[in-house]
Design a binder for this molecule. Sequence first.
Ligand code: COI
Length: 326
Amino acid sequence: MNILVYEAREDEREALRRQGETLGVELTVCEEVPTLENAALAAGHQGVSILGQGQITAALLDAWHALGVRYLSTRTVGHDHIDLGHAKSLGMRVCNAAYDPDGVADFTVMLMLMCLRHYKQAMWRGQVNDFSLAGLQGRELRELTVGILGTGRIGTRVIRDLSGFGCRILAHSHHENPDVAGLAEYVDLDTLLRRSDVISVHMPLLPATRHLICRETIAKMKDGVVLINCSRGELADIEALVEGIESRKIGALGMDTSEGEEGIIHADHRVDILPNRNWFYLHQFRNVVMTQHMAFYTDAAVGSMVSCGVRGLWQMANGLPCETEL
Ligand code: COI
């Protein structure tokens, strides 16, 4: 089998090489983000593996299909960047990654603590030997109510992690997860928004969840609410976040993902003009911690992403069950 691996980072290459060798698969590895313009790179490959920075539109799928591509893997858990319905209509089989939720959950709790303890400001001051305390008085989690939106694998792991901190935990989700029993109280969305001091979003990006955090929902939250997003940027309307920070309705933001992050994240922009004004504007506030969509980025997760990305294609092409097929 021949596979074209798009968006291969330097740190994936050795694992990709080993995985290909183990499975007897021929891998072509490139850095390009998939687009219609570079679709021809896939000629002669049955399988294509991607990482999630490009939009996999119907037109791109058609182009790949015409070149003989029959299997697609995304080395990501999220798959909102793929037109799955169109892939299905072409008979193209698609799988994703299934790395453990622990890395993202750890990062979520870290952002909560950084926000509650004003750590961005403390770190900035430390750079210039300013070790003063003024303005850095924080809040303790055990005195707070944390609201978790979405109790899939990651939301539930965050709830487990938080249960050791002694805070009250509220949850709201499309499906109630039995693993949450005894750790969090399920409530309706409005109750969670009204009662939570900290709110963290862990939902997939769907038409129904896009801009779940918007002017209307922010207005229902407590004054000074801490908002965390380590899921998908588009779950929160970035204009509404800017207004919330400017008006001080939002006390702090911890965002590993943000709307309009494409073209910014995972690259060095030291000498560039950033392509998104809102992103840059929010980024400079002392009470906004923005990271480069890196919550997933651990040794364990990267190993699993590479393995799912190549093995999944090999399984589907060889008529074997693929546990991550979408
Ligand atoms: C995912 O796995 O869904 C992610 O968000 C990580 C990706 C940006 C590499």
